[in-house]
Design a protein around this ligand. Structure first.
Ligand code: CTP
Length: 445
């Protein structure tokens, strides 16, 4: 086993104390159970790079699920969710912090006539299955060896040299989504892709290996890319290698596409600044930008390729058409009043509205959409159904147009107070005396 230098100090200094305590406890539990426990993958890579990363992945040489159960028992309010089939578990702490636990099974190879023997250590085999050398590092957590860096494949050297390297020639054949990961890591860390790795990658792209990959997995990787801090950089790299066309022949990142992506970045940071708490799917705003130059037919086909099926796919396809219609209305300059802006935009999702802001060339349109997002979409009629009943209106189909009129009046600031609202309602929707009432009166008199 390759036990290199100790990174214990780094571990203790870079990770929050709470996490260090959990890792130490994990090592103690493992040692008591006679199992080896390792911190692996992205968290180790990012520790060496001094990047923040609290995605904690543990690999246990032994039995991951019973280990996770025992570790969780040490912390009040801690639960686990195990997947027996894969020998994996997620440990969920009270404060929502979580740890992933996987099992590296001891695999015994029985030779004819001999007792079973372990061929290689299981952690080594587990790490060998991973994509790039920089992701194959592990840190031992067991009591006596805590902090030992385990580096079978030259990962720490490659991190030092800032280079992305595969472990073997079949890395991209085994999993072509690693092509997208290489691009993403290369732009995120500013690492070069090794010469041999790059050749393998280009060959994999030429060989159309993406065609064998399920749409869901491609979409998942694309989303990761679009959720990077600055997606323009991986997208530009991607384009340089001809990846868009390899994903789908209709995809074509033109300079205009890239401009649209840039303006989307601007709009999304405006959004984030204003509405930090509201969650949106920012990837779908970028997705609309990347596919803006496609015909409706090609868009449908791309959406299908990425398995964006069902409601979301249909929704994206129809909103794309609504965007064009709405932008055309704005361009004709006939939409001015807030209530008009409201009625054009009210059925569009936030993602689509943000995309429209990025796409439009007209400052007035951008302002109108931003006003809608900031103000208009929250405007409520000054009166409620209850108020109308109190005013003597009978609940029925008339309520909808009354409330709509009130909302319009509020949007356009034609009424500012409840009493003004009541006056407006009485003026536009006078209460008619019921025919039936009149009949009774006339019979009686
Ligand atoms: N992995 C792989 N091939 C893939 C996806 C993942 O070999 N197609 C391996 C990588 O070695 C990675 C590990 O599985 O270290 C965990 O994957 P993930 O959590 O997606 O990767 P991270 O490296 O942590 O990436 P990120 O920082 O984006 O979370």
């Amino acid at each position: 086993r390759l036990r290199g230098k100790s990174v214990r100090k780094l571990l203790e200094e870079r990770l929050p104390k709470k996490v260090v305590d959990i890792l130490r406890k994990a090592g103690q539990v493992g040692s008591a159970r006679g199992e080896e426990v390792y911190l692996v993958g992205g968290a180790v890579r990012d520790l060496l790079l001094r990047n923040h990363n609290l995605d904690i992945d543990l690999v246990i040489e032994g039995q991951g699920i019973p280990f996770a159960r025992e570790l969780a028992a040490q912390f009040p309010g801690c639960r686990i969710r195990g997947h027996e089939k894969f020998g994996t578990a997620v440990i969920l702490f009270e404060d929502n912090f979580k740890i992933d636990v996987a099992t590296a099974r001891h695999e015994y190879y029985a030779r004819p006539g001999a007792l079973p023997t372990v061929e290689t250590s299981s952690i080594k085999r587990d790490l060998f299955r991973r994509d790039f050398t920089m992701n194959t590092l592990a840190i031992s957590l067991n009591t006596r060896t805590i902090g030992h860096l385990i580096d079978f494949f030259g990962g720490s050297r490659d991190i030092k040299e800032r280079i992305i390297r595969v472990l073997h020639n079949l890395a991209f054949v085994e999993d072509p989504t690693r092509i997208l990961r290489a691009v993403r890591f290369s732009s995120r860390f500013g690492f070069a892709i090794g010469k041999h790795t790059l050749n393998l990658m280009k060959a994999a792209i030429r060989m159309k290996l993406f065609d064998k990959v399920e749409g869901k997995r491609l979409l998942n990787e694309l989303i990761h890319m679009l959720e990077e801090k600055n997606p323009l950089s991986p997208l530009t790299l991607m384009d340089g290698y001809g990846i868009p066309q390899a994903l789908h022949p209709a995809l074509n990142f033109t300079p205009k596409t890239m401009e649209l992506v840039e303006s989307t970045i601007g709009v999304l940071s405006w959004w984030k600044y204003l509405f930090m708490k509201d969650q949106i799917d920012s990837w779908s705003v970028y997705f609309l930008a990347l596919t803006d130059n496609l015909s409706d037919g090609d868009f449908k086909s791309v959406v299908e390729r990425f398995s964006i099926v069902g409601d979301l796919g249909r929704h994206m396809a129809s909103e794309r058409i609504l965007v064009r219609q709405a932008l055309a209305l704005f361009a004709r300059g006939i939409i001015e009043k807030p209530s008009e802006i409201y009625s054009v935009l009210r059925n569009l999702s936030l993602e689509t509205l943000l995309f429209m802001m990025a796409k439009t060339m007209r400052e007035e349109t951008r302002m109108a959409i931003s006003e809608y997002i900031i103000n208009y979409r929250y405007v409520k009629p000054l009166l409620t159904g209850k108020d109308l009943i109190r005013m003597g209106y009978e609940p029925g189909p008339i309520f909808a147009p009354i409330l709509r009129t009130l909302k319009q009046a509020s949007l356009d600031r034609e009424v500012l107070t409840r009493s003004e609202a009541e006056d407006l309602v009485r003026r536009i929707f006078p209460i008619k005396k019921k025919e039936a009432d009149r009949d009774t009166i006339s019979l009686d008199s």
